[in-house]
Design a protein around this ligand. Sequence first.
Ligand code: ATR
Length: 531
Amino acid sequence: MGSLPFTVSDLQTSVSGVRSNPTLLCTPLMGTTVEQMLTEMRKAKEIGADIVEIRLDCLRNFSPAQDLQILIKQSPLPTLVTYRPIWEGGQYEGDENKRQDALRLAMELGASYIDVELEVAHEFNNSIYGKKPQNFKVIVSSHNFHNTPSTEAIGNLVARIQASGADIVKIATTALDITDVARVLQVTVHSQVPTIAIVMGERGLISRLLSPKFGGYLTYGALEAGAISAPGQPTAKDLLDLYNFRLIKPDTKVYGIIGKPVGHSKSPLLFNAAFKKVGLNAVYVHLLVDDVEKFFNTYSAPDFISGCSCTIPHKEVAIKCMDTIDPIARKIGAINNIVRKPDGKLTAFNTDYIGAIEAIEDGLRESNGSSPAVGSPLAGKLFVVLGAGGAGKSLAYGAKEKGARVVVANRTFERAKDLADKVGGQALTLAEIENFHPEEGMILANTTSVGMKPKINDTPIPKHALKHYSLVFDAIYTPKDTRLLREAKESGKIIVYGTEMLIRQGFEQYKNFTGLPAPEELFRELMSKHA
Ligand code: ATR
């Protein structure tokens, strides 16, 4: 791979509990009673939040003098008090003077921060001039629930907030595209005043996760997934445990998975656990990307994005953004692993085929006792691929590369023919596979979706036809034990699970990202725990 993307100085010893950045983690309290909020405060502290945001507008029957006293005095964490009116996206509909009176009272009763909207900030800040307790700070906020304006408009907005007498600037815009985050960070990273910059919505997630990298004063983490105070807010637990929030620093390298949808991906779990264990100054995030080209054009710094995994629907289209591509990946026409070299150039791989082929090779070696040094046990074998989609291509090109003779069988014959011609092999329809046995000891790789949840009783080939094969691989991993693999096992065949392809393609990605050996044990442990 040439030079390693990480130098020795990048290697940090990061012990659990170590904190590498001053960015605060604030948990909003959304309870509708004082009692509920008191319970939520204790939970927030337990989870590891630094401060709690008391959302007064969520309280039913709020009685300022009594409730604020209890909430502020009994909080086990410093408090930020917000009383968001309906005109700024909150729930308060009442008299404006009473609202501001409650905020002033919160200040007097010992709140550490109050959040006041830009719209009324001048008036409010004038009213407390000379009365602010020591260490008390006013956050002046502005929310845009429609979009993220131009860089110039964001710059003007920040200037207006500063001029209103803010101790801390807060802007929250809405991401229509992940590249909107770049404009907000571009402005706020240079702000002279402490700044909270949030880009709401799933496409803005990185503004929240990476706030320590960009010097953010604070980020919000929900108590639970169902109790968010703004769109796209992660839970405090995910920030801390999944994304290693406390370890992120300005020079932390950012990796991620680009896809749409992408929120379900377990890759951040695997990579962040590995980075933490090895002590790499890196983080791996979910990246909901609509337009790949725009994404790579916008995020082109060597530490952001340092590399990414690539999933549906971008595996093919991302190719046009690459500077170099692994030759087999180019033939397959799909990439799933992108690495940015120190010179900024993007190199792409297809680790799916490597993962699957290596798993099959190891299965064969285990059964015949040969060592990896001997060469591929696939050389000269007849390798039957069922299916001619993306996974079918990966397996067919991968097997061909190892010197196997390839047969492609597909429901739609034309697709089988097309792929078989490219790998110099034979094409069949899926129906013909039952009576196809030109020789014994063949390899079978299913890449069709036949047998996948929920149709787990389906199988692409009758059991009796399996006797001509020595090894059966199924790319399906939901369920792990497909009917095909169960019947192959009963027939005494070597079987290779789809989960092996999945996990091994991850090993390859890790090696390409870091230049280090993959933490195989850890990946396997996490995969089985979170399957
Ligand atoms: P992937 O990227 O996972 O390979 P794909 O490109 O959609 O997904 O390919 C799905 C494969 O499963 C194709 O080979 C498809 O056959 P067709 O080319 O005839 O569509 C195959 N497949 C899907 N459902 C099938 C079914 N019910 N019976 C047989 N083959 C099926």
